[in-house]
Ligand binder design. Structure first.
Ligand SMILES: Cc1cc2nc3c(=O)[nH]c(=O)nc-3n(C[C@H](O)[C@H](O)[C@H](O)COP(=O)(O)O)c2cc1C
Length: 99
């Protein structure tokens, strides 16, 4: 099984809970491959329309975004974790999710 974990932060209690979940998944399904990314500091969409006009590979953030997109496409399970910030998700996760 392939799992992609998208963490909102490098450290913290939310990340610790996500790691516990990943550990449990690996115990239940030996051989599971996990790819992890952290979206804190992730560059938001620049609104340059390059992806529409020329193709996604022309996105100025392609090198950052492409590995995540590929990992998600190849995953059976995607896990996103985020602490509650102002009754919602963090700005970093919001930027990532809507990018
Ligand atoms: C900017 C900010 C906004 C927050 N807003 C909420 C909130 O609306 N409701 C809530 O229950 N906790 C809120 N919290 C508390 C965090 O969700 C809580 O401390 C969480 O456990 C932090 O997780 P972490 O250790 O992974 O950073 C907020 C914390 C911060 C820093």
């Amino acid at each position: 099984m392939n799992v992609t974990a998208i963490h909102s932060k490098l450290l913290g209690s939310t990340r610790a809970i996500a790691e516990m979940l990943l550990s449990e998944i690996k115990n239940l399904s030996p051989g599971t491959e996990v790819r992890e990314f952290v979206v804190a500091g992730f560059k938001p969409c620049a609104g340059c329309f390059s992806c529409f006009a020329k193709g996604e590979e022309y996105c100025p953030h392609y090198d950052d975004v492409h590995p995540i997109v590929t990992a998600i496409e190849e995953s059976d399970v995607v896990i996103l974790d985020c602490p509650t910030y102002c009754m919602g998700i963090s700005g970093a996760m919001k930027s990532y999710k809507e990018g």
